[in-house]
Design a protein around this ligand. Structure first.
Ligand code: PRP
Ligand code: URA
Length: 248
């Protein structure tokens, strides 16, 4: 069951009890990295199941061992666009549910001091403009990363865009609605807000770190993790923000 938040008509909260129970375990700082990774993939798959519930389908014929049968297939093509890195943890789970979907990649990280998004990689499949697009990222915090992703996707001509996240902050929803109004946002929860470091509270910590690094949330309390210490990568990423979008 989905719940439309009265504050934002385009925000849909997936209230399914299994999603909520798994999200609670994912939030727990004691959840080990392997379990966290599995949970994120699993929650994402359940959420994708919910948001494709009303997806149009068309009849198609299949031959069973007993004879012909009229079945159905999804009527529209889909492109999944995970925002690297953390979006990958969700995208793999969703791809299992929707194996025919194309997969695009956008590498974006937040500058730790300014919280501004930096694009360091983009590969969008040809033909994306004719497909429905789901942007995937566990965290919608300030909204900078997703707004940059939407800028890229809109440049391809794609118009049917959805955002899927595990957690959203009101600040991020407002920023997204201000820049790209009317894009549906599907989330498992809308949290209280951001702390002074731009983290969602109560949130689940640093999603990328919990999926791919120590899994111990050190970065949330101290930004001296060295995660973004490579000045060359940062400089290249800053320059890439100005690169026009090219299709792969
Ligand atoms: C996290 C998260 C989002 C972004 C959200 O990525 O996965 O992409 O922050 O924050 P925003 O709404 O304020 O832009 P991060 O920058 O930590 O990169 P990572 O996924 O590579 O760890
Ligand atoms: N990015 C994360 O990984 N976590 C947050 O709480 C905010 C942004």
């Amino acid at each position: 069951m989905n719940y439309a938040d009265p504050r934002w008509p385009n925000v849909f909260i997936i209230t399914h009890p299994v999603v909520q129970e798994r999200l609670t375990v994912a939030r727990d700082k004691g959840t080990p990295v392997e379990q966290f990774r599995r949970l994120v993939g699993h929650i994402a798959r359940l959420m994708a199941f919910e948001i494709t519930r009303d997806y149009p389908s068309i009849p198609c014929e299949v031959l069973t061992p007993m004879g012909p049968c009229v079945g159905s297939k999804l009527a529209r093509e889909l492109t999944l666009v995970p925002i690297l890195r953390a979006g990958l943890g969700m995208a793999e789970g969703i791809h299992e549910l929707l194996p025919a979907a194309r997969m695009a990649h956008l590498g974006i990280y937040r500058n730790e001091e300014t919280l501004q998004p930096v694009v360091y990689y983009h590969k969008l499949p040809a033909g994306i403009s004719k497909t429905d697009v789901i942007i995937i990222d566990p965290m919608l915090a300030t909204g900078g990363s997703v707004n940059t992703a939407i800028d890229f996707i809109k440049k391809t001509g794609a118009t049917n865009i959805k955002m899927l996240c595990l957690l959203a902050a009101p600040e991020g929803i407002n920023a997204m609605n201000a820049k790209h109004p009317n894009i549906p946002i599907y989330t498992a929860a809308v949290d209280q807000g951001l702390n002074e470091k731009g983290y969602i509270v109560p949130g689940l910590g640093d999603a990328g770190d919990r999926l791919l690094e120590r899994g111990d949330n050190t970065a949330v309390s101290s930004r001296s993790s060295g995660k973004r210490a490579d000045a060359k990568i940062s400089a290249a990423g800053d320059a890439m923000n100005d690169i026009p979008c090219r299709l792969a």
